[in-house]
Design a protein around this ligand. Structure first.
Ligand code: AMP
Length: 338
């Protein structure tokens, strides 16, 4: 039987690195943190990295591939990789990689992503290709990095045009604004057991929209500059009404099944369906993240769900390391590296 001692688990110092490396150590792996210079003090404090490789820029990860390969590193991707290293570079990255790289391009193309969700039988918010067709409240989302900055709501075409004026060159999507509560659903699909696991739920804590309720409507009217923005600053754990769980599990299963039709081997590992649940009981999925999300960070010691299933602390980071460990020991690494 192969031993995990021959391998190391590596990730970039950002996003969910604490949880990923803590989980890897709990499973008995040696760990490497590829750390943007200036952040090492923080990560050293937590004692989760056996080795720290300092970089000045995220893209330098492309220059240390040889070193990582020589240490038998298995790389765990998270959002910072896609955002700062870029899809083109990731596709060329030769270090063994947990997850299916082919899926990344679906996630970063809103059209393909939308089709994937629709073909999985999920409800998605209506999209308005042209502003003249706006017939209800909409949220206007700018493309690319920026995490909710500059998003705005509009009630009709006139309102939309007025609010778009300060952003003349930006690309955007006009989406129906669904009134309900946000629910971010975390799953883990194991290609080894063939099981989809519910890992937990979160909602985001966004500035300033999550504080607008603290300003009375009268004061909001008096302050014309108070427009909602959706800049994420944190995550809040949520437990879902139990009777909703069967449908949620089914949604996740359909997404995994559909992913296998989109690309060979499909989606595996952690992923998240980002949704709005309405009072009518409808769930609209507006985005899918095909990798670990920061919303799992509140659960570094496991969620209520993983506690029930595993009877031991099981974060998403640890679940990834557990999958890798099982794959190494049963000689199935090819099933989880992509
Ligand atoms: P995103 O950047 O797409 O994750 O969205 C940022 C914020 O906008 C989150 O708080 C979402 O809950 C909210 N949001 C995104 N799309 C919609 C939608 N179609 N209807 C209502 N809220 C939305």
């Amino acid at each position: 039987m192969k031993s995990i001692n021959e391998y190391t688990i590596a990730t970039i110092g950002s996003h969910s690195a604490l949880q990923i490396l803590k989980g890897a150590k709990d499973e008995g792996f040696k760990t490497i943190l590829i750390c943007p210079r200036g952040r090492e003090k923080l990560y050293k404090q937590f004692g989760i990295a056996d080795e720290i490789i300092l970089i000045n820029d995220y893209k330098e990860i492309m220059d240390i591939q040889e070193e990582l390969r020589s240490k038998n590193a298995i790389f765990i991707p998270h959002a910072s990789l896609l955002e700062y290293v870029g899809l083109e570079n990731i596709e060329k990255f030769t270090v063994p990689y947990f997850g299916n790289k082919n899926i990344l391009s679906f996630e970063s193309d809103r059209e393909v992503e939308r089709k994937w969700l629709l073909d999985s039988g999920l409800k998605v918010p209506k999209v308005f290709p042209e502003s003249k067709d706006i017939d209800r409240a909409v949220i206007v989302k700018f493309h690319g990095a920026g995490g909710g900055k500059g998003y705005f709501l509009a009630k009709d075409e006139h309102d939309f045009k007025k609010k778009l004026q300060p952003h003349p060159k930006k690309k955007y999507t006009i989406q129906e604004y669904v009134i309900g509560v946000p629910m971010y659903m975390h799953f883990f699909y194991s290609p080894i057991t063939g099981e989809l696991e519910i890992m937990g739920f979160d909602k985001r804590y966004e500035s300033n929209v999550d504080s607008l309720g603290r300003i009375s409507a009268r004061d909001q009217m008096a302050l014309p500059s108070v427009d909602p923005s959706y800049v994420i600053v944190g995550n809040v754990p949520v437990v879902v009404r139990e009777s909703f769980l069967p449908a949620i599990l089914e949604m996740g299963e359909h997404v995994v099944e559909q992913s296998k039709k989109l690309t060979s081997r499909g989606l595996w590992g952690p992923f998240c369906l980002e949704s709005i649940m309405t009072p009518e009981g409808d769930t609209y999925v507006f985005e899918i993240s095909a990798r670990i999300v920061a919303g799992t960070n509140p659960y570094s010691h496991g969620s209520p769900y993983t506690w029930i299933k595993y009877d031991e602390p099981m974060s998403n980071g640890r679940r990834i390391a557990r999958e890798i460990k099982i794959a190494i020991e049963s000689d199935q690494l090819d099933k989880i590296l992509g």
